[in-house]
Design a protein around this ligand. Structure first.
Ligand code: PEP
Length: 249
């Protein structure tokens, strides 16, 4: 019922030439992946070159961040309309690195998500607990609070366009993955929370898992009822490994 969505978050990696070389190797490897949505989020500087390289393919372009304002004196920032003009169909907001390193709060993330939808760009809204929070049995409180805050400005009739990424902070870039059962438990909680917050759309909203997803754990994760995709950092940088994730079994 929910179309799987496999997304690459390249973070601060790859020049234009490197992105073009990636696309050349990657596209033939996913040429038959017609039943899933494939998304790549390169750095801003690489969006235009990657857009050209992906033009003849089904792979979607995404940004890793956005400013909610349309224009103005915001040095170093990028507006939703600029991403729309480049052909972005998705954009990541609220990644834990932005929350932790740049102090982004739920209300700012909520404004970004709403501004993206106004430009017909689907937000990928990231939530997830730290290790301390998990060990203090606060996972549901933290994730529930992030959802309430970060999705506060989503109009009910646009809710199905939102993608939620559950990324336990302790699993990002560490090689430690939540077991499929641990991830499913939180995904089920997220779907229930979305039902209370956004109504019937919750059944259609795709919830990705992120945190050290690799070729050898993707199949078991994707077999879980409420895991509808993956947001992939490190393992998305090599065409073969990300293609294996896209072609999960
Ligand atoms: C991420 O940063 O979104 C991520 C999940 O990274 P990694 O796959 O490297 O853990």
């Amino acid at each position: 019922m929910r179309r799987p969505i496999l997304a690459a978050n390249w973070k601060m990696h790859k020049t234009c030439a490197e992105a073009q070389a990636f696309a050349e190797s990657f596209l033939p490897l996913v040429a038959h992946a017609n039943a899933v949505d494939v998304v790549i989020a390169p750095p801003f500087t690489t969006l235009s070159a990657l857009a050209d390289a992906l033009r003849a393919s089904q792979v979607h372009l995404a940004a890793q961040n956005v400013n909610p304002e349309e224009k103005g004196a915001f040095t170093g920032e990028i507006a939703p309309g600029m991403l729309e003009a480049l052909g972005c169909s998705y954009t990541i907001v609220g990644h834990s690195e932005r929350r932790a390193l740049y102090g982004e709060q739920d209300d700012f993330i909520a404004a970004k998500a709403a501004a993206l939808l106004a430009r017909n760009i689907r937000p990928i809204v990231c939530v997830g607990e730290t290790l301390d929070e998990r060990e203090a049995s606060r996972t549901f409180d933290v994730v529930g609070g992030q959802l309430t805050g970060s999705l506060a400005s989503i109009p009910a009739d646009r809710a199905e366009e939102v993608v939620v990424a559950y990324e336990p902070v302790w699993a990002i870039g560490t090689g430690k993955t939540a077991t499929p059962e641990m991830a499913q438990e939180v995904h089920a909680f997220i779907r229930e929370h979305l039902g209370k917050q956004l109504g019937a759309a919750a059944e259609a909203i795709r919830i990705q898992y992120g945190g050290s997803v690799k070729p050898d754990n993707v199949d078991a994760l994707m077999a879980q009822t409420d895991i509808d995709g993956a947001l992939v950092g490190g393992a998305s940088l090599e065409p073969e490994t990300f293609a294996r994730i896209v072609n999960f079994e």
